[in-house]
Write a protein that binds this ligand. Structure first.
Ligand SMILES: [Zn+2]
Ligand SMILES: [Zn+2]
Length: 438
């Protein structure tokens, strides 16, 4: 079994043809059965004496209590704060975590997955202590990231927090995760087919920075997940390990690249749109990775349609000239509330709908169309293949199955406005077919 951390460290040290230095701090990483028994040793190695443990009522039962016992057996006193079930990563949660933090503690240990890790990183950053995360599910790729996904004032934002100093993936714990969380983890990995393709397409269209080695790192991690997918629902060690390690690699790859490109593309924006809708109107949302699974399936179908297109220059120019900006702004605001306001402000700065800017991109797209199609063929499996992988793990494939409140055409249209990032929906808008492709 390859040691992922050594592999990533070596990667970081080598010179790279992309011109960027990838010399980032790689978090310590322990992925093995029974890893949590080593926590007292790690606490000692960080020179800490009194951990502060953060969990929710579920993750405390899954692993938090055991961590406290292991620390106690080693003679290490430990304070804790356990959130109720369903805690959200918002100002209130950060407030209660910092209020309950015991000043005499010298290290923060989060026990959980997405939400607890986001709060734990914020807390450790605020109190200036080292941070360990004991992962309870291989469900999302935030374990190795240095930011926290938070809901602040009705907006989903990514705040700088800190990278975990130690990530503990105890296979015995991870493989007990609910199957929806295993499915979510795989969904967040499958998303990378689209993100890598879009990263390459963006390099062609907008001249964006791209690193082939980082892309390859992701391709390798994704390939191991797909190769092992048959064992995932049976909770086989290798399958669970490859998803967990893949998600960690996804997080580190974003740090290597300095952008989210290696791990997130239009499929993540589908998920963001549904999350924003949920924040604004209280409509149903699902785990990030479950939404990514559905969105990856949808995106693979759309990319298949792109393969049959030839952009028409005149049609695209007419489409951009006739674009109704005020109607667009009204629609975004009414569908997404505060999140929509932020998107309209972003466009005011970015001006992607500016006709002259559109024309520049269109010339490049027309000139490089064959190259764009080649990238899609090389990177994105057919929708049938993606569907077959999702079927193996019983994952949903449609918006109806996950009960989110926006249909596909509307969601696709909104994805182009989330960030200043060139994704599928922007390409479709640029060639004037976004309304008719769905
Ligand atoms: Zn590079
Ligand atoms: Zn993700």
């Amino acid at each position: 079994m390859m040691d992922i951390r050594e592999y990533l460290k070596e990667f970081a040290q080598q010179d790279c043809a992309c011109g960027k230095s990838h010399a980032v701090e790689i978090p310590r990483l322990v992925v093995e059965s029974g890893a949590i028994v080593k926590i007292p040793q790690f606490v000692g190695e960080f020179g800490a004496k009194k951990p502060f443990l953060l969990a929710d009522a579920v993750t405390y039962e899954v692993a938090g209590r055991r961590v406290c016992e292991i620390l106690a057996e080693a003679g290490i006193e430990c304070e804790k704060y356990v959130f109720p079930v369903g805690v959200e990563p918002d100002e209130v949660a950060i407030d209660s975590a910092t209020t309950h933090f015991d000043d005499t503690c010298d290290i923060v240990i989060g026990v959980g997955s997405g939400v607890i890790n986001d709060i734990g990183k914020m807390l450790a950053n605020a109190v200036g202590k080292p941070y360990f995360i004991v992962a309870t599910a291989p469900s999302m790729d935030g374990y190795a990231s240095a930011t926290s996904s938070m809901s602040i004032g009705g907006l989903k934002v990514s705040l700088d927090s800190k990278r975990a100093d130690l990530i503990i993936g105890d296979i015995d714990i991870l493989k007990q995760a609910p199957s929806t969380m295993l499915v979510a983890g795989l969904g967040d990995m499958l998303a990378k087919y689209v993100s890598i393709a879009e990263w390459r397409i963006a390099r062609e269209v907008t001249g964006e920075y791209y690193c082939e080695r980082v892309a390859d790192l992701i391709r390798g991690a994704l390939c191991r997940c797909v190769d092992n997918v048959d064992g995932l629902l049976n909770r086989e060690d290798d399958a669970v390990r490859s998803v967990f390690e893949g998600l960690v690699i996804g997080g580190v790859a974003m740090a290597f690249a300095g952008v989210s490109r290696p791990a997130s593309g239009v499929e993540h924006y589908f998920s963001h749109v549904w999350d924003m809708r949920g924040l604004a109107y209280g409509t149903q949302v699902q785990l990030h990775g479950i939404q990514c699974a559905v969105a990856t399936y949808i995106a693979s179908g759309l990319y298949e349609k792109v393969l049959g297109l030839i952009p028409g220059r005149d049609k695209a120019i007419r489409y951009a000239e006739n674009f109704d900006y005020p109607a667009w702004a009204d629609m975004v605001r009414s569908l997404l509330g505060a999140g929509g306001d932020a998107m309209v402000s972003l466009e005011e700065k970015e001006q992607k709908y500016n006709v002259a800017k559109h024309l520049e991109r269109l010339e490049v797209i027309c000139a490089k169309w064959d190259k764009i199609l080649k990238i899609i063929r090389e990177e994105i499996p057919s929708q049938r293949e993606i569907g077959a992988i999702l079927d193996k793990i019983g994952a949903p494939k449609s918006i109806e199955e996950i009960g989110v409140d926006l249909d596909m055409p509307t969601t696709l249209c909104l994805t182009k406005d989330i960030r200043d990032k060139y994704v599928l929906s922007r390409l479709l808008w640029d060639i004037g077919v976004i309304d008719e492709i769905v």
